[in-house]
Design a protein around this ligand. Sequence first.
Ligand SMILES: Cc1cc2nc3c(=O)[nH]c(=O)nc-3n(C[C@H](O)[C@H](O)[C@H](O)COP(=O)(O)OP(=O)(O)OC[C@H]3O[C@@H](n4cnc5c(N)ncnc54)[C@H](O)[C@@H]3O)c2cc1C
Length: 402
Amino acid sequence: MNTAQGHETPAFQAGPAEVDVAIVGAGLAGTSLATVLGKAGRKVALIDPHLVHHEEFRAEKIGMHEMQAFEKLGLGPAVRPLVTPVTGTHVFRLGQLFERERKWEFGFSYGALVNGMRQALPAQVPLTVGKVAEVSTGPDRQRLVLAGGAVIEARLLVVATGYSEAVRRAIGMERVEESKAHSMSIGFDLAITPRESPYPAIICYARNPAHRIAYLSVFPICNRMRANLFLYRTVAEEWTRAFRENPQAVLCEVMPEVAAQCGNFAVAGPVEVRQVSLTTTRAHRRAGVVAIGDAFWTTCPTPGVGINRVVTDVDRLVSTYIPAWLSTPGMGAEKICAFYDDPVKVATDTAGMRSSIYAKRITTETGLEWRLRRLRNNTARQLMILGRKISRRKELPTPSAA
Ligand SMILES: Cc1cc2nc3c(=O)[nH]c(=O)nc-3n(C[C@H](O)[C@H](O)[C@H](O)COP(=O)(O)OP(=O)(O)OC[C@H]3O[C@@H](n4cnc5c(N)ncnc54)[C@H](O)[C@@H]3O)c2cc1C
């Protein structure tokens, strides 16, 4: 079997049978947690059905806040080589250039990020490739039986299986759909390269709420110019079929103000469409097991809060809870509940969910309240544009009399 680096490795690498923490799911959350715990000298088993995380359209950009969180966790050296930094974004609103945001952001391919971080796992934390066939949890020991028959026993079980339900269901956790098919995200490469792009990165907000589009984000990932379109439609709609068939025509129609800057929206490669639901979890307050990242809640890609939630979970667990839990006997539900009730975690999850709901309502709601809110926001923006034009005119030198 090939690793992400192309080396030959055995198809199955057994982790230690007795560990402090067993982590099921080696996505961003599971791999980050395993790395930090392993470096801290904990005995960790990390289990995932796939040695190499497949290329899929997921998060492709983070901000400085998330990067600083990775640095704080000691993951900066692993993450930094896997991302493409951007130092400024040209923001288009109301059909014109609105502002240049001077802030650091970082673009990446999700699969490459996860695989790169897996390769940076400490030597004492091998990735165990396998499927969990049986799981039992309790106030003292957690027991996993893998499909091949290998048994892993742990004091704590961490479920980091993302959207996947099998392990969560086996434990008794229930997914609650807060907003089904809440939003849609579309990812594709533009035909222009970063060198050919007049701006390092672009964000363009849609002018017309009828388009149900939140915004288009264009940014570099290595030598590609990547585009993420966030909108509120379903995959089954005629609009989506038309977009898949001719993304260039649709984008030129809805965002003509940035067409020239985006190579007239010529698209290179596949158009990837993902529907996302907002979900929370029920029946998760149990002895011995904790769910993190998307295995706990799923938020919307539009406000870009998923990775902040992942790094917050990892940080709260490694900085506070896991060291305390392992320092005393037992792993009762009261220990686990302290994490779910952690004020920083609760605030981060709640803010993520709230911004996911707000972003949709401010874009699509047609009731009076929301139309007034849009009018207020857009009037304030128009005044800012006007104010800037006036001050620019004042700065111009007055022509001297000849
Ligand atoms: C289209 C899209 C765009 C997004 N854009 C953004 C963005 O711009 N900014 C942002 O912050 N967030 C964004 N997100 C959210 C972000 O991608 C997620 O919040 C984050 O990746 C979750 O990481 P995770 O480790 O919890 O889950 P995942 O990365 O899904 O990892 C789950 C892991 O569990 C493994 N697994 C599954 N089942 C089992 C099993 N039975 N046994 C063992 N292992 C198993 C999988 O193989 C996988 O490796 C986006 C999401 C989507 C869908």
